[in-house]
Ligand binder design. Sequence first.
Ligand SMILES: [Zn+2]
Length: 266
Amino acid sequence: MIDEQLLRYSRQILLPDFGITGQERLRAASALVVGVGGLGSPVAMYLAAAGIGRLVLIDADTVDLSNLQRQIIHSSARIGHPKVASARDALAALNPEVDVVARREHLDEQTLPEAVADVDLVLDCCDNFTTRFAVNAACMAAGVPLVSGAVIRLEGQVTAFPGRPGGPCYQCLYPREGALDETCTANGVLAPVVGIIGCIQATEAIKILAGLGDPLFGRLLLLDAALMHWREVRLRTDPDCPICSAAAHQHGGAACKTAPAGLGAD
Ligand SMILES: [Zn+2]
């Protein structure tokens, strides 16, 4: 590591459990950010600032004036630009050492497996259940860890999955049937609440990639920012989850444990 890098990352290299080894691991790592909106903004900025090696950004949208209240990686000058291009420019200014790959496209069940298999970790920063389920299935199939966040109004939630067969996975938490999207467009959202959840996603990603601390695997954090109250819920494998059983079958691992579906007691 050259002197300039030692200086740039000195404050986290100072951390006893991180050190040069953690920094080298982070530099050798790659992550996919699905959606460069309210959650993807702090996620991409913190991962780039912290020195991740490669960051793949996927989003099909362009920057709109109504995004700027919370999507802080974008700026007024870049209204009308593709979000991934706007984000790539912001990240290049923040830390030119990071290899940023900007993909302006919709992910679907065809393109996702290839995108997921190409990285060490995935951050779900999207805004709809269809993409969330597809991202989860691709991560479980590829055995890639997933850090998932969601925010609406003044409520947020964040959790992580190791991508190992046997679950739990995102679909154990939300069965596919009956999952209805609530959008920030229709319901509103308080900007810094998105930042809080995105910052936790970035923290968990760095922990997992650098081998620091205990990841949020199998635990769901729920935030009610109106009361500034946090709740932690233990996740359980849904024995009927088709994604977990497919992953267990594919990886030759144990079948899902027989535990009650969905949320456990906190
Ligand atoms: Zn599952």
